[in-house]
Design a protein around this ligand. Structure first.
Ligand code: SF4
Ligand code: SF4
Length: 59
């Protein structure tokens, strides 16, 4: 099943991807970005928004 994953080495925890997600499918939790696959629609908005290229879709 496809899902969004975050590369922890690239992520700057800026929160931009959280701001643009209309489905509350991601959240900054302490020092990492949590992505909730059950809410994520794979709209790709966060992937395109991330300035660090830290998000990608995997099978
Ligand atoms: S792909 Fe869309 S729904 Fe999923 S976390 Fe990113 S912005 Fe939210
Ligand atoms: S937009 Fe990119 S760098 Fe910013 S919190 Fe999201 S994944 Fe991390």
């Amino acid at each position: 099943m496809k899902r969004i994953v975050v590369n922890r080495y690239k992520c700057a925890y800026c929160g931009a991807c959280v701001s643009v997600c209309k489905f509350d499918a991601n959240e900054l939790v302490e020092t990492y970005l949590e992505i909730y696959p059950d809410k994520c629609t794979l709209c790709m908005v966060c992937v395109k928004t991330c300035p660090m290229g830290a998000l990608e879709v995997v099978e």
